[in-house]
Design a protein. Structure first.
Length: 277
């Protein structure tokens, strides 16, 4: 009888544990190419934030993990599924990342965070129509921390280049282009394009290479592996603190680069951030 009670107790504990959430299915961007006509797209600023998906009840990271936002932040959100970026402002990614990933949210910090909406998961109609509904949903909610990502039409490649230059000069990261006539879809697609003066990608850390000269006794560079198995050395973009305590082996880092070499490896690659999801 004692064994049976213990077994039943163990089963009750097992079924009471929360299931790990699967990553939400979302639309992912390809890189803009010069032959693409921007007139078919709605254009917005690429926000340097943390992507978050609201399913009507829970706010989750792209990984599927729950965002531990204060109840006052999530409880008033519309019951409509939303997709957007948690954002502090231009150039504030590192501080934002620390705020939104705390196990115990700090109210004063979250008062600075905005949830910037750019998509309605699963909604019907074209993206232009969904963008109109986003404006209506945000206006009806009337929450100081909920906002739409403004969308604009640009008639030519020259207008797109000018908008990119203006955005970068103002401290922005780049632009996003979303086909105006596109139905809602998920996965990586030309429906959504990103345009930046720098490209970025991810790689897995496989080794810490020792530093020399002023970096003696610290990490000099990371050896990282691409998804196709090729490896290269990533040696710039690190702070002194990151060189003393480098991203762990097995972690995923984001790096930026100008272009690919003839062998398909990134040229002028520089460390950008550790992926924390």
């Amino acid at each position: 009888m004692r064994r049976l009670r213990a077994l039943l107790g163990g089963l009750a504990l097992l079924f009471s544990l929360p299931l790990l959430a699967a990553p939400p299915e979302i639309l992912l961007a390809n890189v803009y190419r010069d032959e693409i006509d921007p007139a078919a797209y709605l254009v917005s600023e690429k926000l340097d934030g943390v992507r978050a998906v609201w399913d009507g009840q829970m706010l989750r990271f792209r990984s599927g993990n729950r965002v531990n936002a204060p109840a006052w932040f999530t409880d008033p959100l519309p019951k409509t599924p939303l997709d957007g970026e948690l954002w502090l402002g231009r150039g504030q990614f590192e501080r934002l990342s620390g705020i939104v990933r705390r196990e115990q949210p700090v109210d004063a910090e979250w008062r600075e965070v905005r949830y910037m909406i750019f998509e309605l998961p699963g909604a019907p109609g074209t993206f232009a129509e969904r963008a109109g509904r986003i404006r209506a949903i945000v206006a009806a909610a009337a929450l100081p921390w909920l906002a739409e990502v403004p969308q604009a039409t640009l008639a030519s490649r020259e207008a797109l280049r000018q908008r990119l230059a203006q955005t970068i000069k103002a401290g922005g990261e780049g632009l996003m282009l979303h086909r105006a006539d596109a139905p809602y879809e998920t996965g990586r697609s030309d429906t959504l394009l990103k345009l930046k003066p720098w490209l970025d990608a991810e790689a897995v850390v496989v080794a810490h290479l020792p530093g020399k000269g002023k970096y003696a006794g610290q990490m000099g560079a990371l050896r990282v592996r691409l998804s196709d198995g090729r490896e290269f050395r990533l040696g710039t973009g690190f702070s002194d603190a990151q060189r003393r305590n480098p991203p762990p082996i097995g972690s995923v880092v984001t790096y930026r680069y100008r272009e690919l070499t003839g062998k398909g490896l990134p040229r002028f690659a520089s460390f950008l951030r550790l992926r924390q999801e």
